[in-house]
Design a protein around this ligand. Structure first.
Ligand SMILES: [Zn+2]
Length: 288
């Protein structure tokens, strides 16, 4: 049995046994054609710093445990593990269009998707998968043409405008309208906790020169509002502000529920974000 609890802004914490994951209300409106979720750290089989639902193969975890964790989250979310396409994430701004030929890449077979931090598709039955432990997951859905995109935007990716780059690529799809697109900024490190030294602050200030993105701390460091910058990147590409939803959940403040790279001093597991255009004729039993 699944239970649903509101968390943050427009987000639901779904609990099924010990497994917990996040869904977003604005995307659930399209649950007849779209499956999406973001995992938490709860409900898996991994131990130690990867306790328990680690989905990262490069976190020092036992591979069979990671596979078991995928099977658990996929079953709960109504996704076929064979349909997953994984990014390999280098904190860059490379994005890649994927289709049915890419199913399983990086998960159960070797991948040629290399140096990629964002995936997008118009093909039903292909599950976009990105990894996060503080870095911002940006879920994008254009309901008119049924296109889905997922972006991993950490501070380096944000600085190199991966969200804007993804918007440019989506704009190349026939019939695409930015004004129709919905974006969700999932659980990630918030302005409350994302602190950097002067050098990184200067890199941001040079590109995004607006006082409201920055707060100086008492010990002369800077807090940067990464999510506000991503929202600007998307509105610059024609997204409507009202269609961009920041769930407002900070992974470091809620490290009880989420893996947090900074909250756990770099020794932590990885969550994953998932998005799939449902295969045609899929039953809607999984709707909530
Ligand atoms: Zn915080």
């Amino acid at each position: 049995m699944k239970t649903f609890e509101r968390i943050g802004k427009g987000a639901l914490l779904v609990t099924e046994g010990t497994l917990k994951y996040i869904q977003f209300e604005c995307l659930n409106e399209y649950s007849d054609i779209l499956t999406h979720c973001m995992s938490t750290r709860a409900g898996g089989v991994s131990n130690g710093e990867c306790s328990t639902l680690n989905l990262g193969f490069s976190r020092g975890d036992i591979r069979s445990n990671v596979i078991s964790n995928y099977n658990l989250i996929c079953q709960a979310a109504g996704l076929e593990p064979d349909s997953l396409v994984l990014t390999n994430q280098i904190h860059g701004n490379g994005v890649c269009l994927v289709d049915e030929n890419d199913r399983g890449k990086g998960f159960n077979r070797t991948s040629d998707i290399i140096g990629i931090d964002g995936l997008y598709t118009m093909t039903p039955g292909v599950t976009l998968t990105t990894f996060h432990a503080d870095c911002v997951p940006v879920f994008i859905f254009e309901p008119g043409i049924k296109a889905a995109a997922l972006v991993h935007s950490g501070w380096r990716g944000t600085l190199s405008d991966i969200a804007g780059g993804m918007a440019d690529r989506l704009a190349g799809l026939p019939g695409y309208e930015a004004g129709r697109s919905i974006a969700v900024l999932g659980p990630s490190i918030g302005h409350c906790c994302f602190e950097v030294d002067e050098d990184v602050y200067c890199l941001f200030r040079e590109k995004y020169d607006n006082d409201r993105y920055y707060k100086k701390t008492l010990d002369n460091k800077w807090k940067v509002d990464i999510k506000a910058i991503i929202i600007k990147q998307l509105t610059d590409k024609g997204f409507e502000k009202r269609n961009i939803h920041d769930c407002g959940i900070c992974t470091k403040c809620r490290k009880d529920l989420f893996f947090s790279y900074r909250g756990d001093n770099g020794r932590t597991g990885s969550m994953a974000a998932f998005m799939q255009i449902k295969p045609q004729g899929a039953s809607d039993e999984k709707r909530i």
